[in-house]
Design a protein around this ligand. Structure first.
Ligand SMILES: Cc1cc2nc3c(=O)[nH]c(=O)nc-3n(C[C@H](O)[C@H](O)[C@H](O)COP(=O)(O)O)c2cc1C
Length: 207
């Protein structure tokens, strides 16, 4: 596990490569005839990311899809209402740092899923500056009431910091949520070794 300062050094020394962003993954919870008892909620970015170059499919999206594949879960992607996140790494880290320092609550696009019919909600995001991206706190605070009585399973992708207290921070943001053990996967594994991620997900799910 690396400290925030060490990570900052790594961030600053990373090469900045111009990139384009390509939209990814599901747009919302599926409207199938039969609703699953499981839901995967995730936030993920494409464009230039740490250690993996320019990606067209976000690291957390890859993990979210593996979890959904293993559990038959519906999916909901948290997308910003106003997407101003830069597609270049250095600029994105600066933007996210500002959001963190301002304790921002960026608005989420579209309507949020109704959690009432779900037993288990898997919630994942990239680690940003040792924390959940601020937009995930928008989700936690909006949906805290509906998280009561559900099994909430946090997962993270990262570049060395591990889970970074995602479980504890989610519990703090929503005391009503019963938060289970988290899963942490590196972004590099998500992009380059999805089979190892599948194995890790299965272990996490107790399969
Ligand atoms: C703004 C920002 C801050 C980050 N902060 C951390 C961090 O504190 N610790 C860490 O291990 N990785 C950090 N990373 C790396 C991401 O967590 C990692 O690349 C992640 O897999 C990106 O997932 P995504 O493609 O789903 O957005 C950061 C990346 C960004 C863009």
């Amino acid at each position: 596990m690396i400290t925030r300062n060490l990570f900052k050094t790594a961030l600053l020394s990373a090469a900045v490569v111009l990139s384009t962003t390509v939209a990814s993954a599901d747009d919302g919870a599926r409207d199938g005839a039969k609703q699953s008892k499981n839901l995967v909620v995730y936030f993920s970015r494409t464009g230039e990311q740490y250690g993996v170059g320019v990606i067209s499919h976000g690291n957390t999206a890859v993990v979210a899809e593996i979890i959904a594949g293993e559990t038959g879960a519906d999916m909901f992607e948290v997308k910003p209402q106003k997407d101003e996140y830069p597609a270049t790494y250095k600029e994105l880290t600066d933007y996210a740092k500002k959001e963190l320092f301002e304790n921002a609550r960026p608005a989420i696009a579209g309507s949020l899923p109704d959690l009432s019919g779900y037993d288990t909600v898997y919630i994942g995001a990239p680690v940003w500056w040792g924390d959940w991206p601020m937009i995930m706190y928008t989700f936690f605070e909006s949906k805290c009431g509906q998280m009561e009585g559900k099994k909430i399973m946090p997962f993270a992708t990262h570049a060395g910091s591990g889970l970074s207290g995602f479980d504890r921070k989610l519990s703090e943001a929503c005391g009503k949520a019963s938060v289970g053990a988290g899963l942490a996967v590196t972004g590099a594994d998500a992009q380059k070794d999805p089979e190892s991620v599948k194995t890790a997900v299965k272990g996490w799910l107790g399969k």
